[in-house]
Design a protein around this ligand. Sequence first.
Ligand SMILES: [Cu+2]
Length: 70
Amino acid sequence: MQTIILNISGMTCGGCGNSVTRVLQALDGVENVTVDWQAGRAEVALQEGTSTVADLIAAVEDAGFEARAN
Ligand SMILES: [Cu+2]
């Protein structure tokens, strides 16, 4: 298990946070997601050998936000 921290911009309310949580949780190997929309931060517990950091970023960006690995 590895913990990935993403910096995410564009989240303006708890609903945005829920959207980001949902798209990350849908990815292969994601065990747990904690999003702090006010801090613009997501913490993702990820099984190794499944989704990549690039996959996480792509999912967040497809949902309409900007993300980068911390
Ligand atoms: Cu929102």
